[in-house]
Unconditional design. Structure first.
Length: 125
């Protein structure tokens, strides 16, 4: 059995897209109130609203990127920091605006299985 402080620890999740404009902020908004998660978002582009930083990488327990190119860019910039850090590709293309219903639906379908945040077959939100 885990000590009490480890049982209560939230998982730090970093959502990443290109410009931190539509997809990753939507994911951050969608999951920010989840009781088991702390969430942040960032972008890989130099023009991102919030460019993913070394501090973001260190903070994250798991990183969820929208496309394979985001994983590649993070690996190129933060090779050593990502050595033992799980990075999952969500395969969500840049076809959506902020809080688009189809984007929200995709995030609700894919994120829980990656983060194992189910209870009795239902998503814990």
């Amino acid at each position: 059995m885990k000590p009490q402080h480890q049982q209560d620890k939230k998982t730090n999740v970093l959502f990443v897209c290109s410009k931190n404009q539509w997809r990753s902020p939507t994911a951050e908004t969608l999951w920010r109130r989840h009781p088991a998660l702390n969430v942040r978002s960032g972008g890989t582009s130099p023009n991102a609203r919030h460019h993913v930083s070394e501090d973001d990488i260190r903070w994250a327990d798991v990183i969820l990127v929208m496309e394979e190119k985001h994983k590649s860019r993070l690996r190129a910039e933060y090779t050593r920091l990502l050595e033992f850090k799980p990075v999952h590709v969500l395969d969500i293309p840049d076809d959506y605006k902020y809080m688009d219903a189809d984007l929200v639906e995709q995030l609700e379908q894919v994120v829980p299985s990656i983060l194992s945040i189910f209870q009795d077959g239902k998503i814990l939100t």
